[in-house]
Design a protein around this ligand. Sequence first.
Ligand code: GRG
Length: 299
Amino acid sequence: MASSFASKHLELRESIEQALDLHTQIGDGCPKRLREAIRYSVLSPGKRLRPLLALLACKALGQDWKKALPAACAVEFIHVYSLIHDDLPAMDDDDLRRGKPTCHKQFDEATAILAGDSLQMLAIEVLCNQLEPETAARCCQMLAKSAGSRYLVGGQADDLAAEGRFGQNPELGSAEFLKNIHLRKTGALIVVSLQLGGVIGGANDEQIAVLGQFGHCIGLAFQIVDDCLDVEASVEQMGKMTRKDDFSGKLTYPNLLGLTASKQLAQDLIREAQKAVAVFGNEANELTELAEFVGQRNS
Ligand code: GRG
């Protein structure tokens, strides 16, 4: 993201890093190498977009953002698991993540798979341990749905299945298909990050829907920008391999619409997102600002 973004929300960021560190100091019974792999991946320098969204959504409801820290950790754990598994040879087969060797390169494939598995359960454990039972149950249900076979995992499965085939099958090459994949693979976790923050902040159904609309728009914009950065950004800037989409035969926004139209679409979505949260008034200023950074990010 634009470098000024990393210097924003310092107090929130500090609390997120501390909570991630604390919850990954898994004690008795966890094999040392597994714990090291979990901590290696979680504590590597990510943008922490999803945790920030959870905290800022809670704050937009006028509540103390600290209450949403368990949700912030849970969504980052699911995100990191998905990155570890996505990097495996059976999936995207990447050697570099967050500027460091991927988990399976640093450790080994079995350890990387198990680290990802552990992180899914850790997300649930943290929610259950840190929240009131009713809130925990609701958050677990929402997170499980978003990370499951209809959304995150299902989107990934459809994305992998379509690889290299979009030229042969018009349905796989359509804007509708691409949007559907992105909303499930990337958007669903962004949406639920905001909505968990909302639930913890006491949001009503209408407010949950507004957070969902905001997340839907910035989630899609985030992925469109990601597709554009894959074409334009350097490996050093991104901390991961770029120009991979071309080689892997993936349908992307730039190859569907071109770079200029893709960037315009991302900007339009950011404006739509900002309009949606205007109902929260000044309390949503930080969400509005964060949306701006999603549109402008350069890493
Ligand atoms: C393995 C079930 C499963 C799903 C994988 C996350 C994912 C789905 C694939 C990763 C590949 C990719 C390019 C996804 C879309 C955009 C995305 C999620 C980028 C990474 O997120 P950032 O930029 O990463 O927020 P950091 O490292 O900053 O946290």
